[in-house]
Structure formats: C-alpha cells, structure tokens
Write a protein that binds this ligand. Structure first.
Ligand SMILES: NC(=O)c1ccc[n+]([C@@H]2O[C@H](COP(=O)([O-])OP(=O)(O)OC[C@H]3O[C@@H](n4cnc5c(N)ncnc54)[C@H](O)[C@@H]3O)[C@@H](O)[C@H]2O)c1
Length: 310
C-alpha cells in the first residue's frame, strides 16, 4: 500500500504524514511547496527521510497523473487547497487549485486504476446558522456557501458524485470545521491555534470572531482521513465531523485557566457557518472515530508549542 497525500506540507497533511509514518506506511507527499516548517514541528528530519517528496502543481494534470503512476499509489488522501482568504484574494487561482485540482485528482485516479479517493471539503459548503432550523445541522442540509471557497468545495462534491456515477470511482469526503493544533497557522479559522501559540509564550491575544463552532484537533482529523482511506465505502459519501458546538469564548476561558496571566479577548462577530453538524452519519459509517476532548487537545497543543519554544 502506498498513500499519496496532496498538501502534506499543510497542517492536516503534515499530521496525516506523521500518523502514517508511525505505522511504517509508504507515503508520497505531493505539494507545490517545499517549505517543511509544519513537518519539522511534528517530526525530526530523520523521520522525514521515509517520505517521498514530489514537488508538483495540482493544477497540472500531467504532474498529478505521473505522481500517481510512478509511485504505485494505492490510496489517495487529497488535501491540497487554497483556503478562504486566499480564494477571496485570488478567485481564479482558487478555482484552479481547488476545483480543477480536485478534478485532476479524480481523473488521474480513473486513468491509473485507483478506485477510491478521500478528500477534504469543509463546513463552508453550508450557509449561516440562521439558514437552518435550530439544533445540529442535518446530513442532507442544503448547501448554501457564503464564500467562493465554499462554492469551490460544493463543486468538488459534485465532481465526486459524477465520477462515481460515470466511472464507479468511489470517494469519501470529510468536512471539517475549525481545525486546531500545531501547524494550523493559516486560514480563516486558524486564530484559535494562533492564540494557543501566543498563550504558550505568555502573550495576550484578541480573537477577531466569536460565536459557537466545532473544534477538531488536527491529529484527530488526520486519523479520520486515514481511516476513511483504509475503509472505502461505496458511492460518493460526504461526512461532517463530530465534536460539540463550543463558544470561542470557552476556548479563551480554558486557555486563561491553563495559562493564568494571559489575557484573551473574543470579538462578537460569528463566522458565516452553522454552529455544529450532526455526527451520527459519520459515527454510523466508521468503526473508529477520533474526537479528543477539547481540553485535552488544547493542553496537548500548549505543551507541544512550549516544547517547540524550547
Ligand atoms: N484547517 C481547517 O480548519 C480546515 C477546515 C475545513 C476544511 N479544510 C480543508 O482541509 C484541507 C487541508 O487543510 P489545511 O489546513 O491542512 O491547509 P493548508 O493551507 O495548511 O495546506 C494546504 C497545502 O496545499 C498546498 N497547495 C496549495 N496549492 C497547491 C498546488 N497548486 N499544488 C499542490 N499543492 C498545493 C500548499 O502548499 C499547502 O501545503 C484543505 O482542502 C482545506 O480546504 C481545512
């Protein structure tokens, strides 16, 4: 078995590589970037020797296909993407990377005989909390993205559906909400991690959004992606992740308890997403679910940042 990770230099991808290496899996990282700073935060350079690094551009179909062909890939975990602010700043590039890039992955899988693709969507495919009835967001809730990034993710879920319909390529997509942990240093919802990094250095922080949302520990999200790759389901299946809705203020309060002396403020502005999704479909479909309690994930992240600070 050989796993191709796209976007392994990114936050979730780096955690996927870490977990796969811990079980001695063969891994190929396909990423445009050669910047290993997130990998360096998670593992030594000695451990990284086991990774096959392919520097490539997802928007170039031939590069994607060659990566799948030349490394005898059996499992694909496609994570590379541009996040909300980058899609807003450069919509054309955002569409090229996020939409064309994902189409390239499906088409390359088809042409190289790979029968299952695991990839990342996002809570951003949905609308604001006011767009839905109170309570947990249903699995089949209408997709009403409020950002171009969300629109692109919706397009990818359509692409996945057609590749199953027309070619029998099955896929599993996970839609994380706010991922936190070492390595989460860019994107709209990276602030909770930035505040953890600041708290680990005894610094104050002002979070620019509030409201309630789901928080997922990056390590858990990575393991859920790997589990999905190891347990292919028939069809083009999409899942929201579990963990309860928590106020951003609660994260700030937890951090101020864990690191007394640090002051964290939270703005009143909610994000344009629902508060939390129903995790039952994910729990019913997979026998392993990774949901580290928030306080444990934050405690581990603080300790991790402190060890990096020396
Ligand atoms: N982090 C979150 O909270 C979150 C939430 C919901 C969904 N997601 C999705 O999960 C996936 C991973 O997120 P992340 O936080 O690890 O992202 P990230 O921004 O940390 O990493 C993305 C990676 O993609 C790479 N990349 C960008 N353009 C590329 C190209 N043209 N060719 C090859 N590689 C390219 C980047 O170099 C980077 O290493 C993304 O698809 C993202 O949309 C993340």
């Amino acid at each position: 078995m050989t796993y191709l990770i796209t976007g392994g230099m990114g936050c979730i991808g780096a955690w996927v590589l870490k977990h796969l290496l811990e079980r001695n899996a063969r891994v190929v990282n396909f990423d445009l970037s050669e910047d290993r700073h997130r990998l360096d935060w998670l593992m030594s350079r000695d451990k990284q020797v086991a990774i096959t690094f392919v520097q490539g551009d997802l928007t170039d179909f031939e590069q994607v296909k060659v990566a799948l062909q030349h490394h005898d890939i059996t499992h694909v975990i496609h994570l590379a993407a541009l996040q909300v602010p980058m899609c807003k700043a450069n919509p054309v590039l955002g569409a090229q990377v996020n939409v064309t890039g994902t189409t390239n992955i499906f088409e390359a899988a088809r042409q190289t005989g790979i029968s299952h693709v695991v990839y990342a969507s996002s809570i951003a495919v949905y609308g604001t909390a006011e767009d839905y009835p109170p309570g947990l967001l249903a699995e089949d809730a209408l997709m009403l993205p409020q950002t171009l990034y969300g629109v692109y993710k919706v397009a990818n879920e359509g692409t996945a559906r057609i590749y199953w319909q027309d070619h029998g390529i099955s896929s599993t997509v996970l839609r994380p909400y706010t991922v936190y942990g070492v390595g989460r240093d860019q994107g709209l919802t990276s602030e909770p991690t930035k505040v953890m990094a600041a708290a680990a250095q005894g610094q104050d922080y002002a979070i620019t959004f509030g409201g309630r949302m789901q928080f997922h520990f990056a390590s858990d999200v990575a393991r859920q992606f790997i589990h999905a790759a190891d347990h292919p389901l028939a069809g083009a299946r999409g899942f929201n992740l579990g963990t309860p809705a928590v106020a951003v203020q609660t994260v700030a309060d937890l951090l101020m308890q864990l690191r007394p002396g640090v002051t964290i403020t939270v703005a009143d502005k909610p994000l344009p997403f629902p508060e939390a999704a129903d995790p039952a479909p994910l729990h019913n479909a997979f026998d392993s679910i990774y949901e580290t309690p928030l306080v444990d994930g934050i405690t581990e992240t603080l300790a991790h940042f402190e060890s990096l600070n020396g």
